[in-house]
Design a protein around this ligand. Sequence first.
Ligand code: ADP
Ligand code: TRP
Length: 335
Amino acid sequence: MFEDKIVLTGVKPTGHPHLANYLGAIKPAISMGHTAKQHNMFIADYHAINAVKDPKILNQGIKEIASIYLACGLDVNKSIFYRQSDIAEIPEITTILYAYTPKGLMNKSHAYKASLDKNREAGKPDDDGINMGLYTYPTLMAADILAFDADIVPVGKDQVQHVEIARDIAGAINAHYNATLLKLPEFSVEDNIAVIPGLDGRKMSKSYNNVIPLFADKKELKKLVFSIQTDSRPMEEPKEPEGILVYQIYKALAPIDKQQEMAQGLREGKLGYGHIKNMLLDEILRQTDEARDKYEYYMAHFNEVEGMLEDGAAKARPLAKRTLERLKNAVFGRM
Ligand code: ADP
Ligand code: TRP
């Protein structure tokens, strides 16, 4: 589907990903790398510093996210894998984009508006705790995308607006210079990935504290899976699987024959909640065991990962430089 496209994925290194992040974002991003003409996969560490001020925590986040992507199958021979902060052209391009970014566009950005709303709800001044990095977040994100002439940016629904802002800025610059200096990117939202519920039945989300971490240790994982909400109906009572949380999570993960086995057992009153929780636990372990071992390897040998990130940056820099030169030539009237 993306054979002739440049696809670009950015991920913020904040917080250990959970199972729904893996199924909804990490897995599809990695498979994109196998099919696109060019796939850029980068760690958005400049975006992270708006919120994370402790370098130790920041570096731990970067280490984790890089190791997770590699452990889950990111192929550095197919994807250009780098840290945003290793590409100095990105902030340089951002500076040029600022001159074409209406302030009103930033006022509407949802990342900023969410913080503003929170402040108002808490009765705090509007600007409390809001730094310029957060306020201008979409312009840096636009530079991430435009620097590489990306055609497609796969994102979750919450990031669609940011890709649209990148399009708007690129369109304004192209119109001003009456030239195609920047490629207008498109977002792609994976609609057929269902919203995976968390331990309490709400959407699995860091903000709800109801997640199954991707690589929790086995004891912790068992504890979490056994804490998934159930009711007190006895095993023998036939149950409609769709209404059962454990089944809903299992469905997002297990192959179809296993899903059917669980559904049938529930309908016939042959499987109790203990059984199905064990089935879910086994399936999570089965699907993540190999990756978990690799993850631990990369975390323990991060110098190897650093090497991969440096190689990726060496591939990415000339591409971003090309865009920067194109922009500077137009903006400063150079030949
Ligand atoms: P969180 O809600 O935990 O903060 P993010 O907003 O960081 O998660 O999500 C990152 C990506 O992970 C999203 O763009 C989406 O693709 C995927 N994702 C997150 N939560 C879910 C979920 N419950 N079900 C399916 N996909 C999800
Ligand atoms: N804003 C994205 C998020 O919070 C991360 C990101 C930064 C990004 N730059 C990007 C995503 C460029 C796609 C393209 O998830």
